[in-house]
Design a protein around this ligand. Structure first.
Ligand code: GLN
Length: 237
């Protein structure tokens, strides 16, 4: 049973798309909400289950090509995520999950596979695998600090006019055109693992603000240690 007052997180398809530690993003959101006294309920929705429409923040992670194709097919058929986003839910989509939120992405042989179509992006296969640390400056309109994370993907992503780049890459590949990730409405798409929200708590708070409004400050000492270490490892001094 879902309680009326709790913040509802929905972790989509852990059985297909949870290869790169992206479930950590769920844990970070849970922690940052509870630290502010906001009760949280998390639903783990396996790929055989319908996606509920009543969530506040949806999360989907990265994965290999086959599970990504299967995940896209099931989400398209199910329709619950599309209805949730249309009624204003927020979402974080990572790597394979980011690509499949677009109109089309590249399958194992580079064949075009239809996505869910909630982001105006299209992805195909790049010439080389992008793997390693990434740092990027976030769109100033969002007012967030430098992104840090780890990427591991073959895909390259073209952004359409319906989305804005999340950031400009300083180190790493991201979308493949000097930008990394995108956002539109209350959806953030990114190539970053790490998990992304453990390294970028400001993005976690952006999602939480979209879902619940203003947030009290909390102690970010440990996050800042991690961020400082990872950014110092890749950015020139
Ligand atoms: N299979 C996709 C690609 O290689 C996504 C990989 C991932 O989620 N890390 O581009």
């Amino acid at each position: 049973m879902q309680s009326e007052s709790a913040l509802r997180l929905v972790w989509i398809y852990p059985d297909l798309l949870s290869t790169y530690g992206d479930q950590g993003n769920v844990l970070v959101l849970e922690h940052r909400a509870r630290a502010r006294g906001i009760p949280v309920e998390t639903l783990h929705i396996r790929s055989a289950d319908p996606v509920p429409e009543t969530g506040d923040i949806y999360l989907i992670g990265g994965g290999e090509d086959r599970p990504q194709i299967l995940g896209a097919e099931r989400l398209r058929r199910d329709g619950g995520l599309q209805r949730a986003i249309n009624r204003g839910a927020a979402m974080l989509a990572v790597c394979a999950g980011y690509q499949l939120m677009g109109t089309v992405f590249g399958g194992e042989e580079g064949q075009p596979v239809p996505g869910v179509g909630l982001l105006d992006v299209s992805s195909g296969r790049g010439r080389a695998r992008a793997v390693g640390e990434l740092a990027a400056e976030v769109d100033p309109a969002l007012g967030l600090p430098t992104l840090t994370g780890f990427e591991n993907h073959m895909g390259v992503t073209r952004l359409g006019p319906g989305v804005r780049p999340l950031s400009r890459t300083l180190v790493g590949t991201g979308n493949g055109d000097g930008t990394e990730g995108c956002y539109a409405g209350r959806i953030v798409g990114t190539y970053l693992h790490g998990p992304a929200l453990a390294r970028n708590p400001a993005v976690a708070d952006l999602l939480l603000r979209w879902a619940v409004g203003d947030l009290a400050p909390i102690d970010d000492t440990w996050y800042e240690h991690l961020r400082g270490e990872r950014l110092a490892a890749v950015l020139p001094r």
